[in-house]
Design a protein around this ligand. Structure first.
Ligand SMILES: CC(C)[C@H](C(=O)O)[C@@H](O)C(=O)O
Ligand code: SF4
Length: 461
């Protein structure tokens, strides 16, 4: 019987298998940031161990960094960052600190450097590691004790998840983006729908996505509860990787591409579960609730909890409406926001900033609008194209790279009761600051919303 992409990459990395035990997987790339690594390094020190492969380990400062130049005011944040600096120096790990040209959100810099490659196993103490699956890598988030295990041994014990295919038929209509697609997928399968599975996104609409769009989709796999998300590598992948600092070159490149081409699900392979979605029916999608599955087309209204047959979902909707300060039947386009955030590892890449700039060019924002590049390289690239001038002329704030308002671990937060349209991936209660209310949207919708002050698509302008 044929094998799925996930099975192929998994099998390629098993270094030890025993009945009734998790497989021991070899890890090709270990990404590290300041939040989930301190105890892991402490553990190494306590047991007198070293880092097995510092050359396969790379660290960056992203969650706690302010996005305006200057020192870190918050003591906890500053300590985390200083601790990462000490740890990486002591254990010989490459670090991209604040202000460094290579610094950025961990899931943006891996692909940007060409470190993330098809067929690899990639881990990080961070749930959105699933982003790297866009390259046909098997990439997942791990806990702090697992971070320690990988640092010490470059391996990870893991049980093999089941496989799920998300078949996206048809083509995305004009103006409908990768973000809308993944929000629609999560609304369909639910935040627990992917639990226990590695999801492979397939089909015409997925093949048509750019690498950046594919990363947006895979990034949010975790929001459907999946262990990982993957997309088979193809010409789009190879073109993205060609010439990047860590991509193979010369004869090694040709060899790598030959191998990468084998990384696809065999025609006779069987998935444990198959979900279908028709891309041609989709429109811009936004969330109204407090989990990423509580979303709906922008053209619809806030649902009434009674619409949910499942009692758990109904109760969740009730609570969400209460927290969000929304009432059933309100048109989503009538929801007024006071803050717009374009950024994060979901939508903080150059293509996202271009999309936002296209909408904001020659227009003026009426909300507080933060445009935060996902990395310093993205910032440099955007500035080389003059995008920062477009943002500034529109009245938006152009910031330094970091996780920023994706989560309240740095100075960029919402105040209680404030409402944002955010290109990030989580709309949990308090995620962007205590009492803050988050609507997840695409960069295009974010920019249009900044112009009108209400949830809007570019076509509304
Ligand atoms: C802080 C970190 C552990 C966390 C994660 O695991 O995803 C963060 O990146 C997030 O997006 O919530
Ligand atoms: S940008 Fe957001 S989702 Fe991504 S790593 Fe940072 S906090 Fe997590």
């Amino acid at each position: 019987m044929g094998r799925t992409l996930a099975e192929k990459v998994w099998e390629q990395h098993v270094v030890r298998r025993a009945e009734g035990e998790p497989d021991l997987l070899y890890i090709d790339l270990h990404l590290v940031h300041e939040v989930t690594s301190p105890q892991a390094f402490d553990g190494l020190r306590l047991s007198g161990r070293t880092v097995r492969r510092p050359d396969l380990t790379i660290a960056t400062e992203d969650h706690n960094v302010p996005t305006v130049l200057g020192p870190i005011a918050d003591v906890v944040s500053r300590t985390q960052v200083e601790t990462l600096r000490k740890n990486t120096a002591e254990f010989g790990i490459r670090l991209h600190p604040m202000g460094d040209a290579g610094q950025g959100v961990v899931h943006i810099i891996g692909p940007q450097f060409g470190l993330t490659q098809p067929g690899m196993t990639v881990v990080c103490g961070d749930s959105h590691t699933s982003t790297h699956g866009a390259f046909g890598a098997l990439a997942f988030g791990i806990g702090t004790s697992e971070v320690e295990h990988v640092l010490a041994t470059q391996t990870l014990p893991a049980y093999r998840p089941k496989t799920m295919a998300v078949e996206v038929k048809g083509a995305l209509p004009y103006g409908v983006t990768a973000k809308d697609l993944i929000l629609a997928i999560i609304a369909q399968i639910g935040t627990g729908g992917g639990q226990g599975y590695i999801v492979e996104y397939r089909g015409e609409a997925v093949r048509a996505l750019s690498m950046e769009g594919r990363m947006t989709v895979c990034n949010m796999s975790i929001e459907a509860g999946a262990r990982a998300g993957m997309i088979a590598p193809d010409e789009t992948t190879f073109e993205y990787l060609r010439g990047r600092p860590h991509a193979p070159s010369g004869a090694a490149w040709d060899e790598a591409v030959e191998y990468w081409k084998t990384l696809r699900t065999d025609d006779d392979a069987v998935f444990d579960k198959v979900v279908e979605i028709d891309a041609s029916t989709l429109t811009p999608f936004v969330t109204w609730g407090t989990n990423p599955g509580q979303g709906a087309p922008l053209g619809s209204a806030v649902p009434s909890p009674e619409q949910f047959a499942d009692p758990v979902e109904r109760a969740a909707a009730e609570r969400a409406l209460d927290y969000m300060g929304l009432s059933a039947g309100t048109r989503l386009r009538d929801i007024q926001v006071d803050t717009v955030f374009v950024g994060s590892c979901t939508n903080g890449r150059l293509e996202d900033l271009r999309a936002a700039a296209e909408v904001l060019r020659g227009r003026t924002v009426v909300t507080r609008t933060l445009i935060v590049p996902g990395s310093m390289q993205v910032k440099a690239d955007a500035e080389a194209e003059g995008l920062h001038e477009v943002f500034k002329a529109a009245g938006a704030e152009w910031r330094e790279a970091g996780c920023s308002m994706c989560l309240g671990m740095n100075p960029d937060t919402l105040k209680p009761g404030e409402r944002s349209a955010s290109t990030s991936n989580r709309n949990f209660e308090g995620r962007q600051g205590k009492g803050g209310r988050t609507h997840l949207v695409s960069p295009q919708v974010a920019a249009a919303t900044a112009v009108t002050g209400r949830l809007a698509a570019p076509a509304d302008l």
